[in-house]
Design a protein around this ligand. Structure first.
Ligand code: OGA
Ligand code: NI
Length: 346
């Protein structure tokens, strides 16, 4: 779910230089943001408007300066996360021929399994040293969008010999949708929009969940053959659960690779090209990659969140002005994602 390094549309690597913009300082670390105040229910008893504004400001700053943040006190039960990782490990332990029965090649809707070296996140490299299992929103044959033949709407593909797998993964998927909506509330506030500005654009959002497995990579490492090649994500926002193995790196504006080590109890959040587009490039889609030098198996579970298929993504009212006209034409959530997926998977 990413666009290869060098092929990112919209020129996001070039920061606007002139005008009133201050000097852009290359970031050296990723902030950890406590979401608790944002999760307080609205209303006289529970609401904490000042706390909320403070969290929103911190989120906004991270989105502008780093494009990445960690979130703590996110409200997702640890058992749900552990359960998803346990199921991912069970799945990847299956024999290859069994996994290939769910080959994503055979799916019209980008769902299923892909083996090691199939995906080239960085098109100039040799193929990623990772395997994965992809799913999207669970839709039955009676879903009106499935019936209408809308692209990206179709059945998920499930292994039939792993009882409990589907339930655990779908429960995790639902929790990710909730967390994405919470984060969007914080982002809306940080952009001086109404807290619920994104709500009617994320009623039936396109979420893309991936279970990923990175085998260890011993010996000298060629930068063109790594776990996940350099890329920026192309959706709206990504919620990444990584295990305790490490290996994720982000590239700052000075071109340096910064480690984003696992921090227990947190998720890593980053923005994709769609959000950069929506905010007139105020929020950044920062390039990143994975190299598993740990000697151990690494597992991660990214969730890529996009708005509704028909939601129109056009420059936010608070991200434009006479000196800052919209840089991108409006596009729908579906159009954007489909063009990116088609470019990546051919
Ligand atoms: C991705 C990605 C990071 C990871 O899939 O786009 O950046 O830790 N994954 O797996
Ligand atoms: Ni990514």
């Amino acid at each position: 779910m990413s666009v290869a390094n060098g092929t990112v549309a919209y020129g996001l690597k070039q920061r606007p230089a002139a005008g009133i913009a201050g000097k852009h300082v290359p970031f050296a670390s990723v902030p950890v943001i406590d979401l608790a105040p944002l999760r307080r229910p609205n209303g006289p008893s529970g609401d904490d408007p000042a706390g909320k504004r403070q969290v929103a400001r911190a989120i906004g700053r991270a989105c502008e300066e780093v494009g990445f943040l960690y979130v703590a006190n996110h409200g997702i039960p640890p058992a749900l996360i552990d359960g998803a990782f346990a199921e991912a490990k069970r799945f990847f332990t299956l024999p290859l021929d069994q996994k290939l029965k769910l080959d994503i090649k055979d799916s019209a809707n980008y769902r299923g399994y892909f083996p090691i070296k199939r995906e080239k996140t960085d098109v100039t490299a040799e193929g990623d040293l990772k395997e994965g299992f992809d799913l999207m929103r669970e839709l039955g044959p009676d879903d009106p969008d499935v019936r209408a033949g809308k692209p990206l709407h179709g059945p998920n593909r499930w292994p039939d010999d792993l009882p409990g797998f589907r339930d655990a993964i779908l429960a995790y998927y639902a929790a990710m949708e909730d967390l994405a909506r919470l984060l969007l509330r914080g982002m809306a506030l940080s952009l001086d929009l109404d807290e619920h500005w994104f709500a009617d654009k994320t009623v039936k959002p396109i979420g893309y969940l991936r279970l990923l497995h990175y085998p260890p990579q011993p010996g000298p490492i060629d930068e063109r053959a790594i776990g996940c090649g350099a890329h920026s994500d192309y959706g709206c926002l990504t919620i990444l659960a990584q295990d305790q193995v490490g290996g994720l790196q982000l590239r700052n504006s000075a071109g340096e690779w910064i480690e984003a080590p696992p921090i227990p109890g947190t998720f890593v959040i980053n923005l994709g090209d769609q959000m950069a587009r929506w905010t007139n490039e105020r929020f950044q889609a920062t390039p990143h990659r994975v190299i598993n030098r740990s000697g151990r198996e690494r597992y991660s579970i990214p969730f890529f969140f996009d708005p509704d298929y028909d939601a129109v993504v056009e420059c936010l009212p608070t991200c434009q002005g006479p000196d800052n006209p919209p840089k991108h034409a409006p596009i729908t959530g579906g159009e954007h994602l489909l063009s990116m997926l088609n470019a990546t998977f051919k």
